[in-house]
Design a protein around this ligand. Structure first.
Ligand code: FAD
Ligand code: SF4
Length: 362
């Protein structure tokens, strides 16, 4: 549609809510305030509610047990509580259950339920085959006074294929998104932490005025471009419940993901030269040398049997009836690019195999 112009829902033949044409403010990452982005509350959740589904926001599922001590043939008892503030534990009974809590919601919950005996027969593959997009997230902040306004456009509008394994997406944040800088440090790479930190100080000492300009810059997001570098190269981690922390990771296969990907750093230097800027990385990458990911995948992956995965090719959990997993934890490979549309498509396919209620009763 035209920027700022309201039209009736263009995606579902008018069944969804009205939408407004995008005004290219660049704030898609922090939530569209202009009724333009196709978010869940405007499509799946809106349409489900319209068909009578009740959505309990801010509630956390803490237990799921088969009724009648069977494998879920009669259904499940689901226990949940308010996730904000205090509240009483509540219970419901259901015949079918779909886990869709994302990798960091579904996998820890299922690990806990397997361990405490609520769902003991879930495959031992649970927690395994966790992948990232082998990402490197960097920010280049321009030191130029007359820099272009980098907030103008949608958050991700282009992708550069660097080789058959690697892609780079320039990402925008909207005006006012300056907090991001608190999570960054000038990029410095070395296998030893001390030398990385020395590298950060050396960069600050070498160019103090340019450094201060980017650190205390007004309109930070207008002068910054985020570089999201992703690779299909594969390695896996395992998520486990820990003694001191609720969740721990360990290396499972392939090289450990690294906070330093030389190809990504080279690109960041090239972009910095063009923007007359300074490249920054997430402070965790610099201090710990471990990479940050926004694209965690796997942990309850598809496989041909319970020795290979947690769910079958139709998303049904091995060992139980009427139970599915439909979220990023089902993904059993590294797509090397942003995964949410693959998660959506596979979940839609799984849902399309469930007969509609009125068809079932007829
Ligand atoms: C900053 C950022 C930017 C991103 N940008 C992109 C992008 O541009 N394109 C792209 O394709 N992907 C992007 N991603 C990745 C994408 O958001 C995820 O891959 C995708 O949302 C995962 O979908 P999911 O359904 O597995 O889980 P989620 O979207 O995480 O949904 C899981 C939901 O379950 C809830 N939940 C968890 N545990 C429980 C529980 N016990 N009880 C009840 N509810 C629970 C959570 O609160 C959450 O609402 C981005 C991610 C981040 C962090
Ligand atoms: S750029 Fe993104 S946040 Fe801004 S109006 Fe368009 S969809 Fe919404």
């Amino acid at each position: 549609g035209q920027p700022g112009e309201k039209v009736s829902d263009p995606y579902f033949n008018g069944k969804g809510p009205d939408r407004t044409g995008c005004i290219h403010c660049g704030a898609c990452m922090t939530g569209c305030r202009h009724n333009a982005k196709n978010t869940l509350d405007k499509n799946y959740l809106y349409l489900a509610q319209d068909l009578g589904a009740e959505i309990l926001a801010e509630h956390e599922v803490i237990d799921v047990r088969p009724l009648d001590n069977d494998r879920g043939e009669s259904g499940y008892m689901v226990q949940f509580k308010k996730s904000t503030g205090n509240g009483k534990l509540k219970k419901i009974e259901t015949r079918n259950i779909v886990f869709a809590g994302g990798v960091l919601g579904t996998v820890p919950l299922l690990l806990k339920l397997k361990q405490k005996g609520s769902l003991p027969d879930i495959s031992d593959m649970l927690g395994g085959n966790v992948r990232t997009n082998n990402e490197s997230l960097m920010v280049v902040t321009s030191t130029d006074k007359d820099h272009p306004d980098y907030t103008s456009g949608v958050s991700i509008g282009s992708i550069l294929d660097i080789d058959k394994n690697s892609h780079l997406e320039p990402v925008r944040y909207g005006k006012g998104s300056g907090f991001f800088r608190m999570m960054t440090m000038p990029s410095a790479h070395h296998k030893w932490a001390l030398l990385r930190i020395a590298g950060v100080f050396w960069k600050m000492i070498k160019q103090p005025f340019r450094f201060v300009k980017t650190l205390f810059a007004n309109r930070y997001s207008s002068r910054s471009v985020i570089l999201l570098f992703m690779q299909t190269l594969d390695s896996t981690l395992r998520l486990k419940t820990g003694k001191l922390r609720s969740l721990v990771t360990e290396a499972e296969s392939g090289p450990l993901p690294s906070g330093h990907i030389p190809e990504a750093s080279k690109l960041a230097r090239k972009v910095s030269a063009k923007l007359n800027g300074i490249p920054y990385s997430n402070f965790y990458d610099v201090i710990r040398g471990t990479p940050t990911t926004a694209h965690i995948l796997g942990g309850a992956v598809m496989g041909k049997d319970p020795t290979k995965g947690v769910i079958d090719k139709n998303n049904n959990v091995f060992g139980y009836k009427n139970m599915m997993v439909c979220d990023g934890s089902m993904i059993s490979a590294n797509p090397g690019v942003n995964p949410s549309l693959s998660i959506t498509a596979i979940s839609e396919l799984a849902m399309s195999r469930i007969p509609a209620k009125d068809m079932e009763s007829s």
